[in-house]
Design a binder for this molecule. Sequence first.
Ligand SMILES: *[C@@H]1O[C@H](CO)[C@@H](O)[C@H](O)[C@H]1NC(C)=O
Ligand SMILES: *[C@@H]1O[C@H](CO)[C@@H](O)[C@H](O)[C@H]1NC(C)=O
Ligand SMILES: *[C@@H]1O[C@H](CO)[C@@H](O)[C@H](O)[C@H]1NC(C)=O
Length: 730
Amino acid sequence: MHQTRNKKSSDHSAKPPMSSLLLFVLLLAAKAGTADSVPARPGCQALCGGVEIPYPFGIGTICSRKGFEIDCINNGSAGEIPVLPTPDQNIRVLHLSVSPFPEARVVLPVAWQCFNSTGDVTGSYAGDVDFNREGVYRISNTQNELFVLGCNTYAYNNGVRVYDSRFSYKYYTGCITVTNDKTDPRDDACAGLGCCRVDIPPGITDTSMTISGWSHANQEFCPCDYAFIVEKGNYTFKASDLISNNQTMPLHVDWTMPLRLDWAIRDNGSTTAVSCAQAPNKTDHEYACLSNHSECINSTNGPGYFCNCTQGYEGNPYVVGGCTNINECQYPQRYPCPSGSKCIDTNGGYKCKCNLFRRGEECRPIIPMTVVALLGTFVAIFFLVLLLWFIYMDGKRRVKRACFDKNGGEVLKEAAGIAIFTQEQLNKITNNYDTPIGKGAFGSVFLGEINEKERVAVKRSHFENKKGGQLQQGGEFVNEITFQFQNRHPNLVRLVGCCLETNIPVLVYEYISNGNLYNLLHGQRDKVLLLRTRLNIAIGSSEALAYMHSHADRDRIHGDVKTANILLNDNLMPKVSDFGSSRLLSTAKYATAVAADMSYIDPMYMMTHRFVPKSDVYSFGIVLLELITRKTVRYGKDRSLPVDFVKSSKEKGNARELYDGNILSHDGDQCHYCGECLDKIGALAVQCLMYDVDDRPTMAEVVDELKQAANLVDNCKQRAIVSQHTVAHV
Ligand SMILES: *[C@@H]1O[C@H](CO)[C@@H](O)[C@H](O)[C@H]1NC(C)=O
Ligand SMILES: *[C@@H]1O[C@H](CO)[C@@H](O)[C@H](O)[C@H]1NC(C)=O
Ligand SMILES: *[C@@H]1O[C@H](CO)[C@@H](O)[C@H](O)[C@H]1NC(C)=O
């Protein structure tokens, strides 16, 4: 066997390499296509000479079902080949298949009969081969046809012996062919001239032929007749197969033809074979269809049955577990799914699962595509808005941070004791700025409460949210805040903290409970105000101003001294507010902000547009006038308090007619009247209101003068007490 293989391979090497390669590829392809799906019995040889031997076929009786035995023989130069075992002759097997149709391709000898020149038969062969002793095969009537070649002959095949009938056999099938002229037969033309052919009926069990003994006298050109059944399309007539030239005699004694056999399970013999209906029940070991997922099918060519895997399964139904599930999803061509779906393999079938938002047999979209598109757009817009919102919030945060930095947040943080608030904290402290308590040059003032304990006044600039709300440069601001924080005076409103996250910082001051001097003087006219009380207020606030003016290193000017900016606590102790506003706002803005109350403004400022400490002195002069007259700056019918007072003082030496009558005629006071004191204060006020800055006293001098006036009042009291005593003594 080894030797023959070697020989075969050397044969191959003699051929052109291209064709051997092609053969190799074809062999591989043939193997890959079927080898796995058609198993032999376990432990049995599955291949012989490149031909698969699926059960019920097998080599040897143990490996095969009865009647399906195959021999694997060594055929010399051809190597191993599978053959049907027959007593006299080997019938070569080309192919065996179990599904989808039970079929065997074999090679069978051609029947012949030859004549001499006088027309006598010199030899013949009927073509009968005993390959079908168990009767499992039938010659396929659909795949084969019968050919007769001859010049004056007929041939037929007959089969199925019948008794008590007009004829001995159930069928006879063949054809006649006659030709007198050796030029008549033509290649490719099998139509009576030298060649005839005919379809065959089902049920044929062998290829033995009966060939006529009609005379071939004077037909030397046509020495032999042939008859055979062959696979359709495999044989085409050639005149040279029949007609003899002098050179070559067409004597095809060993001529063979390939043909297809149907096979079936016919255990009880050819005539008494069982059908599916009669087949033993499935547990019987005789029953051939052993695999799960297999079915029994009645043979259409002869009696008996065969097996097939049920739909969705493939393989060999004749062995246990032979039918296996087909993974249909691997062959989308053969097992299609509609677009928009996914193929899912199941046992014995497959499903097409529609993709998301698709339904029905054809997996059409549930929602029209336009709606899907619309929905998608909405979602996209939603996320875009979300994104923009984030960007916006981030922007705000950045602005806050930028303001914080610009306003010197980092520097202020390090200055111990200054509370730095965030905007959120301030919103909470002021309950979203719901209680306004006033307006200053710097902005609106709101009441707030820190930790439900300490009440505060929160000052927010008018310009905060407006474009152009320009602040003094950051460094300036830090200096001012720090200065205010470090320089405390009992008569100055104390700075508690600030918020730096806005363009113009928000300032948080201590809350002064009892309103301002303006309201006390002009809003509550019934309230008795002793002269000494008024003087205390004047002294306290002038001291605060003098204290600030005393910082010689820089100009510390209030810039907006007026009764409304002098706050009072429960003991009527004055607290000057709004200090430093002029520094926190740019000069132009500040001028606009205080313009509403021009009455207090130093006329010098109007010319120079510069505040000097003496500007505060001028404004304080007006405060003094209000204190002693209890009149507003503009009073009566368009009267001006400073103008009237100064005029009156110049003309009469004093302006007593303008003094508050309440002071003059109050009888609760032990000192009923201290005209001297009032005149002194009036004179001081007039001094403060001098047009020429140099003629005005400094704030410190104002404090001194007021203290002297206070002494006068106190002395006056004492004198009054003394005089009362004196009266008593008298
Ligand atoms: C087939 O033959 C077996 C024995 O050869 C016999 O036992 C069986 O009954 C037969 N079946 C039929 C349906 O004839
Ligand atoms: C065997 O089954 C396959 C698949 O179910 C089918 O295509 C084929 O026609 C069947 N064979 C016969 C002979 O019915
Ligand atoms: C065949 O099917 C039966 C019942 O459905 C089951 O019990 C048995 O295990 C299956 N055999 C194989 C080889 O799958």
